[in-house]
Write a new protein. Structure first.
Lengths: 185, 388
């Protein structure tokens, strides 16, 4: 079982990213759940979403307290208090930031792998809007190999219709540009 | 068949579309809204040929459904929480007038304080309305059960409520296998039901039932839901055979030789099973029983399933303030009262207003059930996950 926690702000698409990843895993004939910590949704407020992935049927329906992977969609949430809570030892972190991975060692001391990508820049240049979810998905897929990047393309085409190509390009660019740092913990 | 990623609510919407309903009358309320949102999209883009009635309240939604059902239409609505409560008086009318319809109730706590998250208070408050109540534990089961519900409502002429836990099932994306639309249409063909409002067959409905008549008329509705048990079982068995599923009025895990078990409803079932499997690896014979058909309560099947059990932990996700115990526990105790040999019962209330029921909470409940059985002295209802 692989458990992922997504941090974003309302409007950046954290819930959608969690759903897209689960849908891609299911498309590859494995099992996944995507859910969010729903609350009084409003644009700009911090939101949490979750994806659970497994090779066998997932029966568990409680929240995720100790994620294997933490993904942060908003550059200002990367060092937010509590962002690294519960991360498993040698866990993976994927961040939207212009800074290198080494800058985040103190925030995520237990991380075995820290990856950074400037998803905001990619989103603004490709989509013209700071919606970072599909870029960060591309980076996450590169770092973890959870699904094939081609599967993500298929889901974007089904879900985003006329915006599909832009999202494909965003994810593929982030896939190439992500910086990964491995750490012996 | 290929599985796709769908939320519980979208799974229900797809089932309703495939059932080719004639009328949807609904008022939006969280967390149900995405069901009727999807259905209105299906109607707007021509995928579903139905009248979608935008009503001004849930009271009107249920009233419109009753009227439509009387014309012989296949009818669907969905609601949650305060919306279901607002339908309250009309629900009894739908059942007693024997109007077939299917309603998805996406379970949510009742105010106050205002809360949009899951518990079972909404459905429990309508327990005595005369509706058939089904409960599901996954998006797949929500889809399958909604299809079966149309068959059940039309064969029993009793309205059917399909309960799925708010957010935990309604908004969680997971694998769902959709049946081909053509196959579904063959399974539940659109057959015109009797049009009781036709000018050719003029008679009155919903008339005054004075003391000379009310009792007999009410008894007919009571008798109808009593007799619906065999129809529900028959339809479930046929569905299992046709679509390679394994549903039952009561779901079980490990109950062939279990000594201790937890009794659940809805989405709690999966996590309970994870902990039961964990305890089995430790050599403890643990099991899980989940009630799928809550009304009519499958009394005989339930008694069979618990025979030989030492301890049973009953998990209520709602409460009966000031009552002798909580809704599910009361039903269970009533079922077992007349038996010479019965398990020790330990009651729990957990997960009110969307409080997460963690694996640690389930472990606490299993342990307390074992202790209650081994010492033969259960504790008063335990509120698990409640901060002190």
């Amino acid at each position: 079982m692989l458990e992922i926690r997504w941090h974003g702000r309302g409007g950046q698409g954290a819930v959608t990213a969690a759903e897209i990843l689960a849908t891609a895993v299911i498309k590859e004939n494995r099992y996944a759940q995507a859910f969010a910590a729903f609350g009084p949704e409003r644009r700009g407020a911090p939101v949490l979403a979750f994806t659970r992935i497994s090779d066998s049927e997932i029966l568990l329906r409680s929240q995720i307290y100790e994620p294997d992977v933490i993904v942060v969609l908003d550059k200002n949430l990367c060092t937010m208090e509590g962002v690294g809570d519960g991360l498993k030892g040698r866990g993976t972190v994927v961040l939207n930031t212009s800074h290198p991975p080494a800058n985040f060692v103190d925030t995520f001391p237990q991380a075995g792998k820290i990856a950074t990508v400037n998803a905001t820049k990619i989103a603004l240049e490709t989509l013209g809007s700071p919606i970072t979810n599909t870029a960060i998905l591309g980076a996450l897929v590169k770092v973890t190999g959870i699904v094939k990047i081609d599967t993500l393309d298929d889901i974007f085409k089904e879900r985003f219709k006329i915006y599909a190509d832009k999202n494909v390009n965003m994810a593929r660019r982030a896939y190439k540009e992500v910086t990964i740092m491995e750490r012996g913990v | 068949m290929k599985k796709i990623g769908l939320s519980g609510n979208y799974a229900v919407a797809h089932a309703v579309k495939m059932a080719d309903v004639d009328v949807v009358a609904a008022y939006p309320i969280t967390p149900q809204t995405t069901i009727v949102e999807k259905l209105s999209e299906f109607v707007a883009n021509g995928e579903l040929d139905a009248d979608y009635i935008n009503v001004e309240s849930e009271h009107s939604a249920m009233s419109a459904c009753i009227g439509a059902s009387m014309t012989g239409a296949r009818v669907f609505t969905a609601t949650s929480s305060q919306g279901l409560a607002f339908m309250h008086e009309v629900l009894f009318i739908a059942a007693a007038l024997r109007t077939p319809m299917v309603m998805a109730n996406v379970n949510r706590a009742l105010s106050a304080p205002l809360n949009i998250w899951n518990d079972h208070a909404d459905a429990m408050a309508e327990r005595d309305s005369g509706w058939i109540q089904l409960w599901v534990s996954s998006a797949q089961e929500a889809y399958d059960t909604t299809l079966m519900a149309f068959k059940m409502t039309e064969e029993t002429r009793l309205p059917v409520m399909v309960n799925l836990d708010g957010y935990i099932l309604s908004h969680t994306y997971e694998p769902v296998e959709l049946i081909e639309e053509e196959t579904v249409r063959k399974y539940i063909p659109s057959k015109p039901l009797v049009n009781r409002l036709s000018p050719k067959t003029s008679f009155s409905v919903g008339v005054v039932g004075p003391p000379e008549y009310y009792f007999e008329m009410k008894y007919q509705a009571i008798d109808a839901i009593e007799r619906s048990r065999s129809t529900i079982s028959k339809i479930t068995t046929e569905f299992n055979r046709s679509f390679e599923r394994s549903y039952d009025d009561i779901g079980t895990y490990g109950m062939d030789d279990a000594e201790y078990a937890l009794l659940t409803m809805g989405s709690m079932t999966g996590s309970a099973r994870v902990v039961a499997e964990e305890w089995r690896r430790k050599g403890i014979k643990a099991g899980v029983i989940s009630i799928r058909t809550f009304r009519p309560f499958p009394v005989e099947i339930f008694r069979q399933k618990v025979s030989g059990l030492k301890g049973l932990g009953v998990m209520d996700r709602s409460s009966t303030p000031g009552g002798p115990s909580n809704p599910l526990f009361c039903d269970v105790a009533t079922c077992l009262y007349g038996l010479k040999e019965r398990p020790v019962l330990q009651g729990f209330v957990s997960g009110l207003g969307g409080r997460d029921i963690s694996l640690e909470n389930f472990r606490t409940m299993f342990k307390a059930t074992m202790d209650a059985a081994d010492t033969k002295s259960p504790k008063p209802c335990m509120y698990v996950g409640l901060r002190e």
